[in-house]
Design a protein around this ligand. Structure first.
Ligand code: NAD
Ligand code: UGA
Length: 457
């Protein structure tokens, strides 16, 4: 249940590795399901390297996308709940706690349409003890006459966007939490089709649920740690890449997740830490909650300080200045913009009066309009404040006569740019702000282009 960034790729990989299983993905969003079924494979709603090939091989054979909940659930022996679990916007815990309404409605549908014994798997990231909520919903719905029975397992997903297919195909571990070993065995048997047994971790339900939230919090905390260090590098003459390399060489620390950048984005880090903060507060662990909150504080600071650096370098005023923004997704190799640092940074620059020329290889103009909360500039709205942005499909058009270029994502196409050509068509004095370590400083030697690189003093 749920044909999003997790449900789509995860079920495609299961279908690919288990040709004798029939996998059906159901979603309440008709448009999304039509796109998954579109004969033109490039129209599927999730962009992930390698996904199109897997979907092409399995779709309409043992992988199906449907809005027919009744049939999908009735026929299923195992149901993965992969629906969204956003932060609650109102009521108790608003701004921190998870909104479990989609998980709840999924459980109700399972209770209504299932037949015989069904294993319900939490794939979504949920607060600790959600499995108990799902079980009590299922128990309350099942009719004693129709002999429905359920097991609930926790099987959190650890894929990262942009590398989802590889992460699913070669996971570091598969975590299964539950209290019925037969149910755990059944789920394990699916993974054993392509994952080594040693990589499958079996725990109790609550450890599994909490491990997922904590893993994301640890990862996000590393990004905030390296970003805080980058700021110190800038004022002291140190180089964040050298510092990160030296730190990462310590085997106890390791080199992953030490890349300074414009702040972490994505649908999950912020929401999962907020959820952890809420859980700590709920259980009266105030110091622990403050500790995790600080990871988000640093992340927000990172986004805001980047737009401030840009304004400062451009003589404190951005009115009438053209700034080319390269990269709008929250990281490269995905079309996902949820919580992308580009959103906050662009909004700040628009508020300062800048005209933004935005480029991204995979994000659509309509998505950017939704994220910025305003339409692209046109003849009708050109006198409004705060909407002076345009989307460009060609990088050359975005950077033409710009006062500054800001790199917010390390898409491959930005690594190959010829800065000599670009500096020739920009307006002087021109600036390049590199927040993703894309540009080689040496390649700019002798060019009429000022460079600011994040984390370099
Ligand atoms: P998403 O928004 O891309 O997809 C969720 C889908 O669920 C949507 O298409 C929505 O229409 C559908 N949905 C909502 N209610 C439904 C219902 N009752 N029945 C069927 N479908 C329903 O979200 P996502 O990024 O796939 O994330 C899903 C969960 O997985 C979240 O809990 C998230 O924290 C977790 N997660 C996400 C990632 C990631 O990289 N995106 C990685 C690991 C875990
Ligand atoms: C993250 C986790 O890595 C996954 O394990 C987890 O399953 C997923 O969240 C989830 O639960 O949703 P994802 O958000 O897709 O995956 O991507 P990451 O590679 O973790 O990047 C998150 C953000 O941190 C991006 O904005 C990225 O640019 C930033 N980041 C990451 C850095 O700035 N520096 C780094 O060294 C690593």
């Amino acid at each position: 249940m749920g044909a999003g960034y997790v449900g789509g790729p995860t079920m495609a990989v299961i279908a690919h590795n288990c040709p004798n299983l029939q996998v059906t993905v159901v979603d309440v969003n008709n448009d999304k399901i039509s796109r998954w079924n579109d004969p033109d494979i490039s129209k599927i709603p999730v962009f992930e390297p390698g996904l199109e090939n897997i979907v092409k091989e399995t779709r309409f054979k043992n992988l199906h996308f449907s809005t027919n909940f009744e049939e999908g659930i009735r026929k299923a022996d195992i149901i993965f709940i992969s629906v969204n679990t956003p932060t609650k916007e109102k009521g108790v815990g608003a701004g921190h706690a998870s909104d479990l309404r989609f998980v709840e409605s999924s459980a109700r549908l399972v209770g209504k349409y299932s037949q015989g014994h069904t294993i319900v798997v939490e794939k979504s990231t949920v607060p600790i003890r959600t499995a108990a909520t799902i079980m009590s919903i299922l128990d309350s719905i099942k009719d004693s006459q129709d002999k429905k029975t359920f097991d609930v397992l926790s099987n959190p997903e650890f894929l990262a966007e942009g590398t989802a297919i590889n992460d699913l195909q070669c996971p570091d571990r598969v975590l299964i939490g539950g209290n019925n070993s037969h149910a755990i065995d059944a789920l394990e048997r699916i993974y054993l089709n392509w994952v080594d047994k040693e990589k499958i971790i079996r725990t109790n339900l609550w450890s599994s649920e909490l491990s997922k939230l904590s893993a994301n919090a640890f990862l996000a905390q590393r990004v905030s740690s390296i970003n805080a260090t980058a700021e110190l590098c800038e004022v002291t003459g140190a180089d964040i890449n050298e510092v990160a390399y030296a730190i990462g060489k310590d085997r106890r620390i390791g080199s992953n997740f030490l890349k300074a950048g414009p702040g972490f984005g994505g649908s999950c880090f912020t929401k999962d830490i907020l959820n952890l903060v809420y859980l700590c507060e709920y259980f009266g662990l105030i110091e622990a909650s403050k500790y995790w909150k600080q990871v988000i504080t640093i992340n927000n600071h990172q986004k805001n300080r980047i737009s401030k650096v840009i304004a400062d370098k451009l003589f404190g005023t951005l009115t009438e200045k053209k700034i080319a923004v390269l990269g709008f997704s929250f990281k490269s190799n995905t079309n996902d913009t949820r919580q992308s640092p580009a959103i906050r940074i662009c909004k700040n620059l628009l508020e300062e009066g800048a005209y933004l020329a935005i480029h991204d290889p995979k994000v659509s103009k309509s998505q950017i309009a939704i994220d910025l909360g305003c339409q692209e500039i046109n003849d009708q709205n050109k006198n409004n404040d705060f909407n002076k942005w345009e989307f460009f499909e060609k990088i050359e058009d975005a950077v033409h006569s710009a006062d500054a270029v800001v790199i917010l994502c390390d898409w491959e196409c930005y690594k190959k740019l010829d800065w000599r050509d670009i500096s020739n068509i920009m307006r002087s004095p021109s600036w390049l702000f590199d927040t993703r370590d894309v540009v080689n400083i040496k390649s700019l030697k002798d060019l009429d282009l000022n460079l600011w690189k994040l984390g370099i003093g």
